[in-house]
Design a protein around this ligand. Structure first.
Ligand SMILES: [Zn+2]
Length: 261
């Protein structure tokens, strides 16, 4: 299995470097999508600019929770600002976002997706299937995907990896296990170097070190395979690994509104 995983990573690298089209400038911002407790965890979203195309990676907490005081019913969420207001600080209106890509279907990653109803949605096929069955689990909050469920905008159901722009600079990497359709993201920046965003494959630096599979994961065996695949890719690429919920990883990227490029 390890061999297959490594070959998979090597293939991805070969494919990416063999492409002859020049990659336009790529930039990566971390957007503050709040924090939640009781164990303090941050919630991070990311904006990627590829030439004139804009991609959002993960969509934060439910928009109606923005600015509310923390309470146990809302998982002690503190979310001072919305994604749209953060983007406004960069002069970006919601309709400029071309793609909303989510690591997985959980509530803290999809909350404000519908603030970008004109964007194309990229989501793991298995996760999309889970929210679009005739009677989905209401805890999945399928209404967060209403622009796409009502077919007003396009959905790409991703199986395996997805090289978003075909030049290897922004690659959605299959890392199932936390959910069946879970993905991580590789962004290759000219000066900063490669960055790998974990999604919730790992949710803390401690878990990353211990390779501990949390008990709410849908598939422990596939999680372990995904750990191996992600770690092998990060090592081969010498990538900066960012655990999206880890407070200690926030400073690995420049502080907003500065981008890594
Ligand atoms: Zn999460």
């Amino acid at each position: 299995m390890v061999r297959t995983i490594l070959l998979g990573a090597a293939l991805l690298l070969t494919t990416a470097s063999a492409v002859s089209t020049p990659t336009p400038k790529v930039e990566l911002w971390r957007l503050d999508c709040g924090s939640f407790g009781p164990k303090p965890l941050v919630n991070s979203c990311y904006l990627i600019r590829h030439g004139d195309r804009l991609v959002l990676w993960d969509a934060g907490f439910p928009g109606e929770w923005i600015g509310l005081p923390p309470s146990p019913e809302r998982r002690s969420v503190v979310a001072p600002t919305s994604l749209t207001s953060e983007l406004a600080r960069l002069g970006i209106a919601p309709d400029r976002i071309d793609i909303v890509a989510v690591s997985h279907l959980h509530w803290d990653h999809i909350g404000q997706a519908a603030s970008f109803p004109g964007a194309r949605l990229l989501i793991g096929k298995e996760d999309w299937d889970a929210v679009t069955v005739p009677q989905p689990d209401p805890r999945l909050q399928p209404h967060r995907f209403s622009p796409w469920m009502e077919e007003r905008s396009a959905v790409d159901r991703i199986t395996g990896d997805r090289d978003v722009f075909g030049d290897g600079s922004v690659v959605i990497v299959a890392t199932p296990g936390h959910t069946a359709g879970h993905h991580s993201l590789l962004v290759r920046l000219r000066h900063f170097g490669p960055v790998m965003l974990s999604g919730d494959l790992y949710s803390s630096a401690e878990q990353y070190r211990a390779k501990h599979v949390s008990k709410d994961n849908s598939d422990p065996v596939r999680t372990l395979e995904s750990f191996q695949r992600f770690d092998a890719m990060a090592k081969a690429l010498k990538a900066t690994v960012i655990i999206q919920h880890e407070p200690g990883d926030v400073a690995k990227l420049p502080a907003f509104p500065t981008a890594a490029d």
